[in-house]
Design a protein around this ligand. Structure first.
Ligand code: NFE
Ligand code: MG
Length: 518
């Protein structure tokens, strides 16, 4: 028996610790711990509810748009405008959110995950004229492996030329990510933390020059995704094809659906480009989602015990001394069950829901590997799903921006003085995101957010069932315990973001207590 502790796992967002107990080189037990308490607490209580769409974005600089939009969907319902968002408002929300997807997926592959497969030191003796590679070579010559660390040794499988090409794309990706931020800002005002998405619609007016500017940026992004990102993922998949059989996880998937195609007031009935629902590996059927089945529990989390509670009734009272607890993440469950969320869940939902574009892309990739859908439940399945989604979303954005109608309304009117509540469900780049707000006398009375990384990285629940990442780690053979490539490749395939997961909003106020972390 041996134990591997990776703390922190770097090249992700936020502070994550992974512990794996090995028996004969195979992971027998695994723990995923959110290690940073953030304390973005209590700020919404008693405030104008509309502030949620701005303040909740501060949970995370990577996916603020998703939090802003989840808050806005909840506000749409609370203000009773959820059925009359103008078409321009709906489309502009999709464009702002979609730009963030594209940026986030490119970031995940190149800057975060690729270096588990691409050996950056292949550039150390580069003598050619590519300016990006010359720059990286200078970095290495100064003795700085800086942003490329940490790296393990012994399982880099690409040729020197492949490594160098991928490193050049790493640098190119930085520029393309900036372009995606600029695309978001065309209608969102700025990134991070857009100022445009508000209850009722958006504040940005579509104009011909903005439409052209957005389209041109997406054209370049779509080219990069098609000619760099997708081929690079496939190259990694060919060289590391054993990772189609590693990191399966819970094999139950949930999507809240994203990119509205109509204005149905009920979010569970709204038509969305990526559909809502539950998919299990066993039959790949899309089943409807009942938001009342969502609960969070804190059996193994550093919060005062409450049992499973629906987010409308949720609370967040830290208890750092709680016996047996090991994470600042809670354990969200759907109908009491673990669910994996993220691009793989969404692509499976779209695949099972009969989306022809998704089906053709996924079948195309599977065909290249002579494999059936079962290989999708894996490290490489997650990377492939993310890249395919990135391509499809970029292409859709180009189509949707041309559906805008300059001069037509972007926002609906509504009264601020309400007693109501609202639920905002959609999908952040990393998966299903939900915000729940209770408004009384025109002020925020209660607020809860349940986010993707909590679903994926959360600890075991009260029944002892481990979270999705923990399940992915258990049963994995680690070839070299000093270089646990398998473990970090599994964890990073989920694209974890701990700053999203440990946001800590206390709905009822009160003392948050004293914290000792570490
Ligand atoms: Ni901080 Fe986030 C996304 C959300 S993940 S990146 O995508 O919500 O928990
Ligand atoms: Mg929460």
């Amino acid at each position: 028996m041996g134990k591997i502790v990776i703390d922190p796992v770097t090249r992700i967002e936020g502070h994550l610790k992974i512990e794996a107990v090995l028996d004969n080189g195979v992971v027998k037990e695994a723990r995923s711990s959110g290690m940073m308490y953030r304390g973005l607490e209590n700020v919404l209580l008693g405030r104008d509810p509309r502030d949620a769409a701005r303040i909740m974005q501060r949970i995370c600089g990577v996916c603020p748009t998703s939090h802003g939009l989840a808050a806005t969907f909840a506000l749409d319902e609370a203000y009773g405008v959820n059925g009359n968002i103008p078409s321009n408002g709906r489309i502009l929300r999709n464009l702002i959110q979609g730009s963030n997807y594209v940026q986030s997926h490119i970031l995940h592959f190149y800057q975060l995950a690729a270096l588990d497969y691409v050996d950056v030191t292949a550039v150390a003796d580069y003598n050619g004229s590519d300016p990006s590679l010359k720059k990286v070579k200078e970095f290495i010559a100064r003795g700085h492996l800086g942003p490329f660390l940490p790296r393990y040794e012994g399982d880099y499988r690409l040729s020197k030329e492949e490594n160098r090409a991928a490193v050049a794309h790493y640098v190119e990706a930085l520029n393309l990510r900036r372009l995606a931020h600029e695309a978001l800002a065309v209608f969102g005002g700025k990134m991070p933390h857009n100022m445009s998405i508000v209850a009722g619609g958006v504040t940005a007016e579509p104009t011909i020059d903005k439409i052209a500017s957005f389209y041109w940026k997406l054209e370049q992004l779509s080219n990069f995704i098609e000619h760099r990102y997708l081929p690079d993922v496939l190259m990694v998949a060919r060289r590391y094809s054993d990772y189609f059989g590693i990191g399966a996880g819970c094999k139950q998937f949930m999507s809240f659906g994203v990119f509205d195609l109509d204005h149905h007031p009920d979010l569970t009935k709204r038509r969305r480009y990526i559909p809502q629902g539950i998919v299990r590996a066993a039959d790949l059927k899309l089943r409807p989602l009942d938001p009342n089945q969502i609960t969070e529990q804190v059996e193994n989390s550093w919060y005062r015990e409450t049992g499973p509670v629906h987010p409308y009734d949720g609370s967040t009272e830290p208890d750092r001394d709680k016996a047996g607890a090991y994470s600042w993440c809670k354990s969200p469950r759907y109908a009491g069950e673990v669910m994996e969320v993220g691009p793989l869940a969404r692509m499976l939902a779209a695949y099972a829901g009969g989306n022809a574009e998704v089906k053709s892309q996924i079948d195309g990739v599977l065909g290249q590997f002579n494999a059936g859908p079962e290989v999708l439940f894996s490290v490489l399945g997650r990377h492939a799903a993310r890249a395919i989604e990135c391509k499809l979303v970029a292409d859709k954005l180009k189509q949707w921006v041309l559906e805008l109608q300059p001069g037509r309304p972007v926002c609906a009117e509504y009264s601020l003085d309400v007693n109501n509540r609202g639920m905002g469900l959609h999908e952040a780049p990393r998966g299903a995101i939900g915000h729940w707000i209770v408004v009384e006398g025109g002020k925020t009375k209660n607020y809860q957010a349940v986010v993707p990384t909590t679903w994926n990285m959360g600890p075991a629940d009260g029944k002892g069932v481990p979270g999705p990442v923990e399940q992915s780690l258990i049963g994995t053979r680690v070839k070299d315990q000093n270089n646990p490539f398998e473990l970090v490749r599994i964890v990073r395939s989920y694209d974890p973001c701990l700053s999203c997961a440990v946001h800590v909003v206390t709905p009822k106020g009160g003392d948050l207590g004293r914290f000792v972390v570490g």
